[in-house]
Write a protein that binds this ligand. Structure first.
Ligand code: GLN
Length: 308
């Protein structure tokens, strides 16, 4: 029980201190042109308890582009479907390089460092495509079911915008295919990856959809999506790799597993208790929401709700 009444004043204080300055520091992502249209002063923050109670402040009910936050969900589905064999194709170490970096792929012979950098997420999408025949639809279905919102959907404008500027991701995919680390045609993998990244959701829906990560793998209806071990592994990877080359800084400041996206969203997990979702589109140079990290830092400091 998160006792929303107790936490609401904390969220209101954070919205006043951080949310009111949202957009004054950082830049909205513009390498995906459709994302540059978003209002940088937006700020939303939601907390969902494992019993399903959700509270929020600011723009917590406004849909935004979830981008790389989707990687936590595609990884969950892939581990649920193919288990440990995934780890022969992708590593578990933080990269220390930008999320779209090509550099380490050559040293590691086409095996990405972890599933949350773009190269790793492309491998996960490839595996999910083989497992299900339709990777992005499977991710969308999970997000709809777990959020309880059947209106959650792809944003075709964002997906097309990313595809039109998608040379970096295409290069990563082709490079891995050259090492035999993709099972499906590059064009299919990219299409599903861009679609999954384009999904639009609010803080309310994303926090709720992520609750299986706080429930040791249990879905909202009590059935099991993941075993305890796989859920622990995803949370661990979110802590060590979820914020790319700022993952150390994120762990230092926030003290929680978290997954960020260049739409400005961050999903964080307090295992056994709740999930947090914050959204504010202005990003730091690593691609993490400036106000989002600040808000999470204050939340865990004020409440003591971190894994440490
Ligand atoms: N779709 C984005 C990309 O591939 C996701 C990146 C992100 O959110 N960090 O570049």
């Amino acid at each position: 029980d998160i006792q929303g009444q107790r936490l609401l004043p904390v969220l209101l204080k954070i919205a006043e201190e951080v949310g009111s300055g949202a957009g004054s520091k950082g830049q909205v992502a513009d390498y995906i042109p459709a994302l540059s249209q978003v209002d940088p002063t937006s700020f939303g923050f939601a907390v969902a308890g494992i019993d399903g109670e959700v509270i929020g402040v600011g723009d917590w009910q406004t849909p935004f582009s979830i981008q790389s936050v989707s990687k936590a969900f595609s990884l969950a589905l892939t581990l649920a479907g193919s288990g440990e064999s995934l780890w022969t194709r992708v590593g578990r170490e933080p990269s220390g390089d930008p999320f779209n970096s090509l550099m380490q792929l050559e040293h590691e012979e086409g095996i990405p460092r972890n599933p949350f950098i773009n190269a790793g997420a492309l491998v996960v999408t490839d595996r999910l495509l083989t497992l299900t025949g339709d990777a992005s639809a499977t991710v969308l279905r999970l997000l709809r079911t777990e959020s309880g919102n059947p209106h959650v959907d792809f944003d075709p404008v964002v997906a097309a915008s990313e595809a039109a500027e998608g040379d970096r991701n295409a290069a990563l995919a082709h490079f891995m295919a050259g090492y035999g680390n993709l099972e499906n045609p590059v064009t299919h993998v990219l299409k599903h990856y861009f679609s999954q990244c384009s999904i639009a959701m609010s803080c309310r829906d994303l926090a709720t959809a992520g609750l299986f990560l706080a429930r040791h793998g249990l879905r909202g209806d009590g059935s099991r999506l993941l075993d305890r071990r796989a859920t622990k592994q995803i949370n661990s990877l979110m802590l060590t790799c979820g914020a790319y080359d700022a993952a150390g800084e994120f762990a230092f400041r926030v003290g929680l597993p978290g997954k960020s996206g260049v739409g400005g969203g961050i999903l964080a997990v307090v295992p056994g208790l709740c999930t947090l979702c914050v959204w504010s589109p202005a990003l730091d140079r690593c691609g993490n929401s400036v106000a989002g990290v600040d808000a999470l830092d204050r939340f865990t400091t004020l409440t003591g709700l971190s894994v440490f």
